[in-house]
Design a protein around this ligand. Structure first.
Ligand code: ACO
Length: 331
């Protein structure tokens, strides 16, 4: 417990990531469904993605990213007071992946829970952690975006199976003297929930022989409608968060976006009137890892030395729900 301070600024003090070793290329997918490297590359920008092996669950991916982030933050696992895992691919419905992770890490002091906000999950989880730390309830938080999308991907459906990959990215948040989170904008629109979903396996449609036979435990997506929404919503979210600070595009050094489709990101840059070079991209190597996409992109941009101290970084994501979020951070 720490004292509540209204002027407390919360920042990211350490990051980490983990990607499974196995690479699934577009050429590999050509042998699985009626698709081509040319179609996938031109329509999405994806060349390959990582796939976790069958004995690896989301909490295992999260654990590796978490250990690296805590080490980089200069903390011990037992210092962590709050763990939030953003995921739509939990180890199981019950208990939360965050609790499983807490046990695996031995983070005895930490309160742990999951956040379900699809591809915007990492941003929702960071916003939640920031609010907890600002409230004075916890001194620090470990936030992880972790997904084993391959377990919910229909490997017979060419409309979706070429898009997704597995991975995890983590950040440790704590009060900072310089920089930190400057502004947050979150949004949801449940009236469009049907655009992207896993229909079965919940209370609406419990698992049965029929749901399995009809492949209803896999991701179903209205791709082209989502595409239009994603461009509009991600550009608006980024602009909304920046405008809270009266920032224009010249004030932004990096946009770290959710990596769903290169064409979406090109259109977002145009709509935000942002120099395309300021958008960090790794979609070519990993595809769409839902909540892990923004997290891993942030970690890699830091590790590659692209993000420097003092830079203004905008995390910007959109996903199933619909949900969206943008966070402006001075690094
Ligand atoms: N290989 C070859 N052809 C394909 C493939 C494939 N893998 N997939 C679809 N096609 C075909 C379709 O069948 C269709 O053929 P038809 O014209 O004969 O019917 C044609 O390609 C065009 O299909 P569209 O769906 O219109 O293609 P589009 O250009 O929209 O690209 C895509 C599809 C990549 C899915 C795109 O719509 C997209 O990226 N949408 C947004 C995804 C997104 O942002 N999701 C939200 C976040 S994810 C989350 O929250 C977990």
């Amino acid at each position: 417990m720490c004292d509540k301070k209204d002027d407390l600024r919360v920042g990211i003090i350490g990051v980490g990531s983990y990607l499974p070793e196995k690479v699934l290329t577009n050429e590999d997918l050509e042998k699985m469904v009626d698709t081509s490297d040319e179609w996938i590359t031109t329509r999405t920008g994806i060349k390959e993605r990582r796939i976790a092996d069958k004995d690896t669950a989301t909490s295992d991916l999260a654990k590796e990213a978490a250990i690296e982030a805590v080490k980089n933050a200069g903390l011990k696992i037992t210092d962590i007071e709050l763990i939030i895992v953003a995921t739509i691919t939990p180890d199981s419905t019950l208990p939360s992946t965050a609790c499983i992770l807490q046990g695996k890490l031995g983070a005895k002091k930490a309160v742990a829970f999951d956040v379900s906000a699809a591809c915007a999950g990492f941003i929702y989880a960071i916003a939640t952690a920031e609010a907890f730390i600002k409230s004075g309830l916890y001194k620090n938080a470990l936030v992880i975006g972790a997904e084993k999308m391959s377990s919910f991907t229909d490997w017979k459906d060419r409309n979706t199976c070429v898009l997704f990959g597995d991975g995890a990215g983590a950040a440790v948040l704590a009060p900072v003297k310089d920089g930190g989170i400057l502004a947050t904008h979150l949004g949801s629109d449940g009236s469009q929930a049907d655009l992207l979903k896993v229909p079965a396996g919940g209370s609406r449609m419990p698992a049965s022989k029929e749901t399995v036979e009809n492949r209803l435990h896999y991701i179903k997506m209205s791709g082209s409608e989502l595409f239009k929404q994603a461009v509009k919503i991600m550009a608006n979210a980024g602009n909304e968060a920046a405008s809270l600070l009266h920032f224009g595009c010249d004030d932004i050094d990096w946009v770290i976006p959710h990596q769903a489709n290169i064409r979406i990101l090109n259109a977002v840059a145009k709509r935000m009137k942002l120099d395309r070079e300021k958008i960090y991209l790794n979609i070519e190597r990993y595809g769409n890892m839902s909540s892990a996409s923004t997290a891993v992109a942030l970690v890699e941009a830091v590790k590659e030395g692209k993000i420097k101290k003092g830079d203004v970084v905008v995390l910007d994501a959109f996903g199933a729900g619909l949900v969206w979020g943008a966070i402006v951070i001075r690094w």
